[in-house]
Ligand binder design. Structure first.
Ligand SMILES: C[S@@+](CC[C@H](N)C(=O)[O-])C[C@H]1O[C@@H](n2cnc3c(N)ncnc32)[C@H](O)[C@@H]1O
Length: 450
């Protein structure tokens, strides 16, 4: 972003230089003045990590006390190339923004989140284009950088210091947004598909992902790890691997699996990053179908409720099986017997309604519904019944499966809850196998119940 037209004050230039040498503005391409230019464009294009990301021939006196102040400064001998490659990086960034704005619509109507936003190039640019809201999340505290850049640009991009937590598979407290951006972050994730699922979950309309990809053919499903994580040294196994390369096909299919049906591939521009750099990456803009917003979208069988952006409070009827309507509502799938009108009240306890079945997985719900219908038309309808007890587990048979239910869970109606999400329950189709699994669980606890 060329900030020279904003006529920065001397104080702003000094502040920018201080932030640059302290590592809080260097990676993204900004031109503050002819004598203060930042960006990793040269390092990317030349594949020369450490060559430098800052041109600042006259460091302000205030920076003399900064530790490693000269760490990211370039050798002035490479200035021309440094400037050119950072122009190319800026063109690449702008081409991402142009694609998003062209395909998703007027920023004034939309909210955006950039996960791993670094110094805020994207939220600031979107705010500059009039975004209703533009938020950047990053594990590093870039608040001072956002403050300076918002002041220069007259924008109101927000920064939230928050990390994607691998154990939880989320950025705790992140809301949902119309458009979510993830640029050069997936490459650092050891759990790329789980991270993608998180991004898909918080994206109501569209998700833009730019990442390092493998050179596998489009139809190959490959995930390759290239190194132990050098940047995030506290990352522990199994989250310690880095330079993760998804194959383009796996990336695209993952986006489709999350319910994005319109997928645009970012195209290189002649004045953008050179092919040697651009072609090692893929940028996909994935957009949800209009039917999704209208509630008439038919998902594929392997999708879970998590595949969907979740802010939409309206129930979606997905299909009908026999006399049940299969409905997606607030991240869960429900089967409502015909004749029920369960959505009169936002606060209705749906599972208390007669005959309602629910499950987190669409496939599983279909299985239970079909079984329920079979039993109701032909065979004796089994309600859950206790087969035996093993130590402090009650062994219950229900719909052809056996469940070991810890007695400490207390009494509840087995046919009214989703047993797969309750703690401590062990399930199996075969009673003998279940007995073995239960005894093993008791042994692992130290056999205290034997
Ligand atoms: C390679 S940089 C990309 C920056 C920016 N998206 C871009 O392309 O210009 C990765 C960014 O993700 C941030 N990051 C790394 N791990 C993160 C995590 N677990 N949660 C949030 N941000 C993270 C880093 O601090 C860094 O700013």
């Amino acid at each position: 972003m060329d900030l020279r037209p904003y006529n920065l004050s001397q104080d702003q230039l000094v502040r920018a230089a201080e932030l640059a040498v302290s590592g809080l503005i260097c990676y993204q391409p900004f031109i503050f003045s002819d004598n203060l230019i930042t960006g990793a464009g040269y390092e990317f294009a030349k594949v020369k990590e450490g060559a430098g990301m800052i041109y600042c021939p006259q460091l302000p006196p205030s920076t003399t006390t900064y530790k490693n102040a000269k760490r990211h400064l370039i050798d002035p001998a490479i200035l021309d190339e440094f400037r050119n490659y950072n122009d190319s990086l800026r063109v690449l960034y702008e081409s991402m923004l142009d694609l998003i704005v062209e395909k998703v619509g007027d920023p004034r109507d939309l909210t955006y989140a950039d996960v791993g936003s670094c110094t805020g190039y994207f939220p600031l640019s979107l705010a500059k284009r009039g975004a209703k809201e533009a938020v950047g999340y990053d594990v590093v505290d870039y608040a001072p950088t956002y403050e300076l850049l918002n002041q220069i640009l007259g924008t109101n991009a927000k920064f939230k210091r928050a990390a994607y937590d691998h154990e939880l598979g989320t950025v705790p407290g992140a809301g949902t947004f119309d458009v979510v951006l993830s640029i050069a972050l997936l490459v650092h994730m050891s759990d790329p598909l789980r991270h993608l699922a998180f991004l898909g979950k918080i994206a109501r309309k569209a998700l833009f992902v730019w990442t390092f990809t493998s050179n596998a053919e489009e139809d190959e499903m490959v995930n390759r790890y290239t190194s132990i994580n050098r940047y995030y040294e506290t990352a522990r196994f199994p989250y310690c691997f880095d330079m993760t390369q998804l194959s383009p096909g796996l990336l695209r299919r993952s986006l489709e699996a999350m319910g994005f049906t319109e997928i645009h591939l970012l195209q290189p521009r002649p004045d953008g990053m050179p092919a040697s750099c651009f072609n090692r990456h893929r940028g996909y803009l994935a957009i949800r179908p209009q039917e999704w917003a209208e509630g008439s979208f038919v998902p594929r069988p392997y999708w879970t409720a998590d595949s969907f952006a979740i802010a939409d409070p309206l129930p979606h009827i997905i299909e009908t099986i026999g006399n049940y309507n299969i409905v997606l509502y607030k991240q869960r799938f429900y089967a409502f017997p015909h004749g029920l009108s369960p959505f009169g009240s936002e606060t209705a306890d749906l599972m208390a309604l007669p005959g309602v079945i629910s499950h987190a997985f669409l496939d599983e719900l279909r299985r239970v519904v079909r079984q329920t219908i079979d039993q109701s038309v032909g065979r004796v309808v089994h309600s859950p019944h206790q087969v035996e007890a093993i130590a402090d587990y009650n062994i219950i048979e229900y719909l052809g499966r056996y469940h070991a239910i810890p007695q400490w869970l207390g009494p509840f109606q087995v046919d009214k809850v989703d047993l797969t999400v309750m703690p401590g329950i062990i399930s199996h189709d075969d009673l003998d196998e279940l007995r073995v699994a239960v005894r093993k669980a008791i042994d692992e606890r130290g056999g205290e119940s034997q």
